[in-house]
Design a protein around this ligand. Structure first.
Ligand code: G3P
Ligand code: CA
Length: 252
């Protein structure tokens, strides 16, 4: 079975950098991942879509419109076309020509450096696309440094078939129904709800933890909510401000 992600409540939640250190550098770029590595965050989250020629591209949206100087759907563009795009200028002139990374580049940047990659495979990925991504993890012997998550239950089922030893997280905007039953069906190590959903049902954290399942809500950037989530015992906090969250944990 995959390793446990449940944290000793006395230690408080870990810090998970959302899309890299995305308040400091353009989200889902190598610059944002490098900044997250230096921040001391224990986990770094990124998102992926697949290009027209089957490269795994690190990007949050299904199109390049918002975060690059180009337009169009990622799955309609070739990796050569995607390589021409500037994924940094929209954020700041300090990041002109920052490229859209491939998953393999992020894995190579992180490998051996401590933090775990929280790899979000965006909804609708095919079995083959999920397999290609997890194979990149296996090829690099990075099972111990990756957690895969998705809003798409089919992606989670596929991941369980392809690489059962890589821990799986399920993303959801609601905390309802029999959570442990869902977690068992998908073979989850983590249940990752929106912050609003978990604050509406805080007792779910202990319930899931007792079944060996971690809870890592998203996306939380303010100290008041960091404190409340620590109180209810979540295992990790997904934040755009990982450096500030670490400062908060240290009481500074
Ligand atoms: O990691 C959880 C969070 O990233 C899910 O929402 O839209 O930011 O990918 P989104
Ligand atoms: Ca995400």
């Amino acid at each position: 079975p995959p390793r446990s992600l449940v944290r000793d409540p006395a230690l408080g939640p870990i810090t998970i950098a959302h899309r890299g250190y995305s308040s400091l550098a353009p989200e889902n770029t190598l610059a944002a991942v490098e900044a997250a590595l230096r921040s001391g965050a224990e986990m770094i989250e990124i998102d992926t879509y697949t290009s027209a020629d089957d490269a795994t591209i690190v990007i949050h949206d299904s199109t390049v419109d918002r975060t690059t100087d180009g337009t169009g759907a990622v799955d309609a563009l070739s990796s050569a076309q995607l390589a021409e795009l500037d994924a940094g200028s929209w954020f700041s002139s300090a990041y002109v020509d920052e490229p859209l990374p491939h998953l393999e580049q992020v894995l190579d940047l992180i490998k051996g450096r401590g933090p775990t990659l929280l790899l979000e495979i965006k909804p609708g990925a095919s079995y083959d696309e999920t397999e290609m991504q997890l194979q990149a993890v296996l090829d690099r012997d990075m099972v111990d440094q990756v957690v895969v998550q998705s809003f798409d239950a089919q992606v989670i089922r596929d991941a369980k078939t392809i690489a059962p030893e890589i821990p799986r997280g399920f993303l959801t905007g609601s905390v309802s129904g029999d959570l442990v039953a869902v977690a068992n069906e998908l073979g989850l190590s983590a249940y990752n709800p929106s912050v609003g959903a978990v604050l509406g049902r805080p007792e779910a954290v202990a319930e899931l933890n007792a079944a060996g399942i971690a809870v890592m809500p998203w996306t939380v950037d303010d100290a008041g909510t960091w404190a409340r989530l620590a109180e209810i015992g979540v295992d990790g906090i997904i934040t755009n401000r990982p450096g500030e969250h670490i400062g908060f944990r240290q009481g500074s």
